[in-house]
Design a protein around this ligand. Structure first.
Ligand SMILES: Nc1nc2c(c(=O)[nH]1)N[C@H]1C(S)=C(S)[C@@H](COP(=O)(O)O)O[C@H]1N2
Ligand SMILES: [Mo]
Length: 237
């Protein structure tokens, strides 16, 4: 190829719009543009995870500030409110990358250390509400099943039409992350996720899986019902 041929060749590439790829210049055209290809929710997740401190606690409120009765909305994706035909047969399955998988009854969960707090709930649909939640800290259950070193995420599944959430392990082990069985000093009812729901005042409402069925420790990042539709995966406050 003469110099003139080469110039003509490059000019034709430019005309076709791909000259910037620079044939033979050693650049694969990929890495430099990768950040632009990241969705904004992924960027948001990246920032959130780095601002998050494992011990920063969410603000608590006096009981007098609780949202009155039915004014705390109740969400579920099923056509009808999910309920169990036989609540006595319900068990929480805890497994995945753990040394000691466990199948826990509600009695067993209620016999474990209990944490209660009055906090504000934030739904991305634009409402907030305050309630008292009580349950067992997730870290207590995690210590019981002994996650393997490879475990980095937790998948929470429910019996509400496939609703699920994926959490990073540090968020799940945050001291205020609980498996809640009580709402405003009473047993959790089907409207708020009976018999057991995930709760954390450091996460947006949609991360708090209601109607829990299973907890699975994983080494790959689990998706989730809203997360898979573009909501930030981290969903922190
Ligand atoms: N199983 C299940 N969990 C769920 C939801 C749901 O539809 N199904 N909705 C989420 C959303 S968007 C919010 S704001 C809270 C609402 O909790 P509440 O119904 O107790 O107010 O639950 C979250 N967890
Ligand atoms: Mo929500």
């Amino acid at each position: 190829m003469t110099d003139q041929d080469r110039r003509r060749f490059l000019a034709s590439l430019a005309a076709s719009g791909i000259a910037a790829i620079g044939v033979g210049c050693g650049w694969d055209g990929g890495k430099r543009f990768a950040p632009k290809l990241m969705s904004w929710s992924r960027v948001n997740d990246w920032v959130s995870a780095r601002l998050f401190s494992g011990s920063r606690l969410a603000r608590e409120y006096p009981i007098a500030r609780r949202t009155q009765g039915a004014e705390f909305p109740a969400y579920f994706v099923s056509d009808n409110m999910p309920t169990l035909a036989d609540p006595g047969a319900w068990r929480l399955q805890v497994g995945g990358l753990v040394r000691k998988p466990a199948v826990l009854t509600l009695d067993r969960l209620q016999s474990l250390p209990r944490l209660s707090y009055t906090v504000k709930h934030h739904c991305v649909e634009g409402w907030t509400a305050i309630a008292t939640w009580a349950g067992v800290p997730f870290r207590v259950v995690a210590e019981m099943v002994e996650p393997l070193p490879a475990a980095r995420y937790v998948k929470f599944t429910s019996f509400d039409a496939g609703y699920s959430n994926g959490w990073d392990l540090p968020s799940a082990l945050h001291p205020q992350t609980i498996l809640a069985y009580a709402y405003n000093d009473r047993p959790l009812m089907p409207d708020h996720g009976a018999p057991l729901r995930l709760y954390s005042p450091t996460k947006l409402g949609y991360k708090n899986t209601k109607y829990l069925l299973g907890v699975e420790f994983t080494d790959t990042r689990p998706g989730g019902y809203w997360e898979d539709q573009g909501y930030p995966w981290y969903g922190g406050l």
